[in-house]
Design a binder for this molecule. Sequence first.
Ligand SMILES: [Mg+2]
Length: 229
Amino acid sequence: MPSSSELPAPERVMVFDLDDTLYLERDYVVSGLTAAGDWARARLGLDRLGPLMRERFEAGARQRIFDDSLAALGQTATPALVARLLAVYRQHRPRIALATDATRYLDRRDAGTAVAIVTDGFLDAQRRKLRALDLFRRGVRQAVCTDRWGRAAWKPSRRAFDHLEAAFGLSGASFTYVADNPSKDFVAPRQLGWHTVRIVRAGGLHAEVRAASAGDEADRIIESLDSLD
Ligand SMILES: [Mg+2]
């Protein structure tokens, strides 16, 4: 990954969240459940587990999908088995693609604008998503996985945002953060004086989430990255 110091200094930095901002997180979940189901079929002979887990997710289940699906097939969901399924899920190679408006944005941005990413989530999984989306080849300068510093650095922590200000040698209003979840995404960037934009995608897992307080909501709400300046 090129370090920002080897490249010309940008005038401004557009920082994006990853899940449900640049691609649809549900595609990742389906991809991961398929990988876990394939593992269960090959290792345990459980042909129905993958389809059943995907059906539960599509029906709205967000918790205990492994446990409940195993139980529905008459299997004991031992902690070791659930941990193994979770490891396969987090370590699979995701079959995901950038949203078409995200591709258009990365292709049309001007030369004075650098692009970076701040994403929460388990380090292994987030790194595999970044690779699958080929974001560095598309000109993303810095991708910060908050989990590299541990769980305490996940949003709403300021850690990743402070890190980017130092890395680019810019501050405050030179930055814009574009993300989808007002319960955590905009707290730190607002404290630092960044511009904030919430994207509400059809099919986004947090499309219905409301900010805990008006002060946590973004300055602006859009439905497509085509609306970004
Ligand atoms: Mg997100």
